[in-house]
Design a binder for this molecule. Sequence first.
Ligand SMILES: Cc1ncc(COP(=O)(O)O)c(N)n1
Length: 564
Amino acid sequence: MASTLSLAPRKRQHILTIAGSDSGGGAGIQADLKTIEAFGCYGSSVLTGLTAQNTKGVQAVHEVPTDFVIKQFRSVLSDEPPACIKLGMLTNASIIRALAAELKDLDTINVLDPVMISTSGHTLLPEDAIEALKDLYPSIDYFTPNIPEAIRLSGFSPKSSSSSDLTLREMVTLAKETNIKTGAFTVLLKGGHASVSREEVLAYKGQFPILWEEGDEESDAIEVLSLYKKYTQIPEHQKGLVVDILVNQGEIQAMYVGKKVDSKNTHGTGCTLSTAIACAYATESREGPGDWNFRMFKRAISYTQSAIASSFPFGQGHGPLNHGHLSVKRALPPPTKHNPHPFLSHLIQSNLPLWNSYVKHPFVVQLGKGTLPRECFEHYIKQDYHYLKHYARAHALGAYKANSFVDIKAFTDIAGHIARESEMHVSYCESFGISLKELEAAPEASPCAAYARYVIDIGTQGDILDLYMAVASCLVGYGEVGLWLKSQVEKGEAKLEGNLYKRWMEDYSGADFLRAVERGIENLERRVAEDPPNEARLARLTAIWHECVRLESAFWDMGLNLIK
Ligand SMILES: Cc1ncc(COP(=O)(O)O)c(N)n1
């Protein structure tokens, strides 16, 4: 007997957007409805104006007559009241005043994005309409101006001549002034036009919650990461942070801090964020840890940032955001000009304490100071010689498993480099009176055998990316250790002169080795970009990385404690 499948209809939160149409599809009603859909809400719309617009600019605006705007509004409301209303481009003073009268007695939650000038520079709200906004403010719960809009609306004139030069201190004053002058209940000053340093943000520590983007917490790992950035060539200005400031009744409630996403595809960002706030307000659970109000802003901001970061090429000007990114979530962001190594960034940041304890291991610290007992180094260098042989073999296995000359060359190049690296081990041993024959005959210690077995095991059982993964932490880690020691020398915390381990330190921070590190990183990123991993695959790769970093640390332990 056939059975019918009945799916209990789940109620969707109703979000109404009152805005203009963007024929290009990137901003206005079109961006709003896409955002509402992405949040799993139901979107209705009241149009205030039609724009002939594309990514390059606004060519014309056709105003909807005020009485027709109100007809649309009443039609929607008389049928199904919305949980939240988002207001965007309101076109003229007459429409604003009529809407203010309608909203006055409603108890909906209203979010206003004061669309005044388009990204392309077109005026979308005339002066008298800006004045009329005053009638609307008493009904506004959340108000989301950007810096130029807040300057215009608050009358506050910062010292900095352009929005991009504003200091965080000026932005804080601007946010408070905007809140006080407009009387809107809560203001979120969007800081996207400015670029703020970590130090400026940390000056506010302890005064109110500072909500950092995931994986970018302040931590002592920054020092190590900055070194890693040095040889992965991420430009300096990636340090630029975007800070959005939340103010209520003239008091700062929170700051949202994220890395500036470098993209020209920002058309519709304001529309998207304000609608995302309406959706997040309607759907955020009031239970759970922390303040739900902070959570819902964070969700809206993260959604918008990811939509910019994952945007695709469209049109010749400022392209649109990728509103559908939640449904086609990638486990890793794609490489961009300013984050060319998203995979390596993910790996290092996935367990920073583990990575730090490996890079700054006491063995490394003592080696840098020259205080490491010679017998410890001797034990280590003999074992590392054995390890290098396994490590070179693992690369040869990679070349064997490879199906393209690009991969064959990648593995054999590094195998050749490892053979050259071993000459340093031979010469250190010679200087300790250990002949090559004695070195070859030295028994292998268990931490060396354990690490080698793991790498070869992954190489034989897994596929070629697994193998790339298993050999990566040793290569990247030694480059990082070399650079970290170099910086310690510059600070006077480590020394080269009179240090028995000078050659070791110089070799691992030298151009030849760092070139091999860079090649290794490029290979890894290339493989991942060619075949982006899903969540499960990424978790497996990350687990291999963690295990190798742990085994690397155990290798230092072996040297320090003379483990056989
Ligand atoms: C219909 C409409 N609404 C809003 C904007 C602002 O968006 P942006 O500042 O990204 O150009 C726009 N250009 N067009």
